[in-house]
Design a protein around this ligand. Sequence first.
Ligand code: FMN
Length: 193
Amino acid sequence: MDDKKLFIPLLLGTPRKNRESEDVAKWVFAKMQNREEIESQYFDVCDFRLPHDNYGQEIKDRFPEWRDAIIRADGLVIVTPEYNHGYPGSLKGVLDLLLREYVHKAVAFVGVSAGPWGGTRVIEACVHVVRELGLAVTFTDLNFPSVASKFDENGNLLDEVYEKRVKDFLDELIWMATTLRWGRQNVSSKFHQ
Ligand SMILES: Cc1cc2nc3c(=O)[nH]c(=O)nc-3n(C[C@H](O)[C@H](O)[C@H](O)COP(=O)(O)O)c2cc1C
């Protein structure tokens, strides 16, 4: 087993002004940076200038930083709010830029909502999308219900219960990403020759 750090970018999935999900994404990203097994990189859908006259893999080379990060990645963390029980269109627009680059890599979800379910519905909606991308989903999600009450005005998380939850979330992601990296390196597949 090689002991090189796992490269696991994080993607914040909403461009909404005053988005509460940004506090969540920054907090999770800081926790990822504290884990010695992981190297991460922060991506924000706001920074993708998606055109209105084209879509998908045809335009992936306009986003080389994202393309190269996913080529190199062992996994991905997606932080998404729940919008009408679904995902923001801009998140789908960014994910759809690539396809083969995701195959046999791990993905873990962080759901954010104003309501009491913590984005469980948006995560379920995302699962069938990422499956088609060839990503393998972890089963230990992080959920932030009633998100407006979770952080103070400086972005500090107010609820200590998340320390254990984020550890479990990252432990599972690291296991999946490590296992899949071993598989990509040692078990042949037409998807990663
Ligand atoms: C278009 C839209 C639809 C929304 N739909 C839901 C929903 O279905 N369930 C829910 O709990 N909250 C819903 N919300 C509230 C968001 O979950 C809330 O704004 C939360 O803070 C996370 O989103 P944010 O990062 O944009 O702040 C919706 C918000 C918007 C803007």
